[in-house]
Design a protein around this ligand. Structure first.
Ligand code: SF4
Ligand code: SF4
Length: 400
């Protein structure tokens, strides 16, 4: 396809809109490398002290909007489906609930959902009440009387991990049988996971882990310490942004071996019980699930990992170091996560919701009047370019 006549805004917006409109339907050929791999037993691991045994590849349902994809995932052997109250404004939970009910497999699957801290509650008892109401709504959408894992969602500070309202609510809901186990999801492993270990009430932690962190021993050792404390570890963001490159000026997708290589890297850490890659097409499901039978790298996968993916990925590890350089102390980690959702996941709804979670006064609006961003990232994230993309996508600014 010729790109003549496209301006920068076209490059950014058109592929994203097309992807949203034209979901790929139709089963692919099985992508298992060979017959021996296809027939190998599934690798299963136990989720910390919960005792739940799961195949190492699960399904992050966040970006999926095709019920058939969940059915196919179950047929292949996936037994853990991860959703959240906030995904697709509740429609994601509804889809999970409908499919599981239609298939009649509720007692054979592990369902997790997530509930964030309520916005600006007056006090901890109001926070507790609102949190419980949110979970009751999730159960209604899921058409279930309980979930298996209920996470406190996107807990990105120690204060939020300690917040009395959600902590009380989680423990009451577990006691009442509305959830079998409780967990916490975080993008700030090094800050928050030690507090999770110290609190000693959580059964599961949902944490970011991917190949761009291969040389960050603090992240890896913190997660390992949680696993040793009996906390079940579920890995997210394993694909470091997925198949689509983070720079929308480079429309070419990464090759299939990139995805299996990235997933194998995560799952070769035995302290990770299972990963929740967020495929939204049949061929991607089959590619990712092929890993569940064999974690040995192929030559292509080794080559991919050796060829400098980390810099290309521009994956924001959410460390927050860059915020100090910005005069307006913009919540750059939130902006970078929103960019990944908008450009790489092609999930504008999620990007908008994530942006809405920025600290008031420190969101994308604070960048609106800034001509060009001078903040730098030592992990090669092109912060300024991504903020410009977000201005075009989310504020409808014309690119310069
Ligand atoms: S952009 Fe870079 S410095 Fe800023 S939070 Fe992300 S990884 Fe950290
Ligand atoms: S564009 Fe300006 S306000 Fe926004 S992060 Fe960069 S320096 Fe800060």
């Amino acid at each position: 396809m010729k790109n003549a006549g496209w301006n920068r805004r076209d490059f950014i917006v058109k592929p994203i809109l097309w992807a949203g409109a034209a979901t790929v339907i139709g089963k692919s050929e099985s992508l298992f490398a060979d017959a021996a791999t296809a027939n190998a037993p599934l690798i299963q691991r136990t989720l910390g002290s919960t005792g739940i045994k799961l195949p190492i590849v699960s399904m992050g349902v966040m970006n999926a909007d095709i019920p058939g994809l969940l059915r196919r995932a179950y047929e292949l052997g996936i037994r853990h489906f991860d959703t959240a109250a906030g995904y697709q404004q509740g429609r994601n939970e509804e889809m999970v609930g409908n499919v599981i009910k239609e298939m009649g497999v509720r007692d054979r699957v592990v369902i997790s959902t997530k509930q964030p801290s309520p916005n600006s509650p007056q006090n901890s008892s109001e926070a507790r009440r609102l949190f419980i109401e949110g979970v009751e709504s999730s159960l209604r959408r899921l058409q279930m009387d309980h979930v298996d894992i209920l996470y406190h969602h996107a807990v990105d500070s120690v204060e939020d991990a300690q917040a009395e309202g959600p902590l009380d609510a989680l423990q009451s809901l577990r006691k009442e049988g509305k959830t079998r186990f409780i967990g916490l999801s975080t993008h700030k492993t090094v800050d928050v996971v030690p507090e999770v270990i110290r609190l000693g009430i959580f059964d599961v932690a949902l944490v970011m882990l991917n190949y761009t962190m291969a040389h960050d021993s603090e992240i890896v050792s913190t997660i390992e310490r949680a696993a040793k404390a009996g906390i079940g570890i579920v890995a997210m963001k394993t694909q470091a942004g997925g198949r689509v490159k983070p720079d929308p000026n480079l429309p070419k997708e990464l090759p299939p071996e990139s995805q299996t290589a990235l997933l194998k890297w995560v799952l070769n850490h035995e302290f990770v019980t299972t990963a929740i890659p967020g495929f939204s097409a049949y061929e991607h499901l089959e590619q990712d699930f092929s890993v569940a039978r064999d974690l040995a790298y192929t030559d292509e996968e080794k080559k991919f990992l050796a060829e400098g993916f980390t810099a290309q990925a521009e994956f924001c590890q959410q460390c927050g170091e860059c915020e100090k350089e910005c005069p307006k102390k913009v919540d750059i980690p939130v902006l970078m996560r929103s960019h990944m959702y908008a450009v790489q996941y092609r999930n504008i709804d999620m990007a908008r919701k994530t942006l809405g979670g920025a600290t008031p006064g420190r969101g994308l609006d604070a960048c609106a009047e800034c001509g060009s961003c001078f903040v730098t990232c030592r992990r090669a994230v092109q912060i300024g370019r991504k903020i410009d993309d977000l201005k075009v996508l989310m504020l409808n600014r014309v690119a310069t």
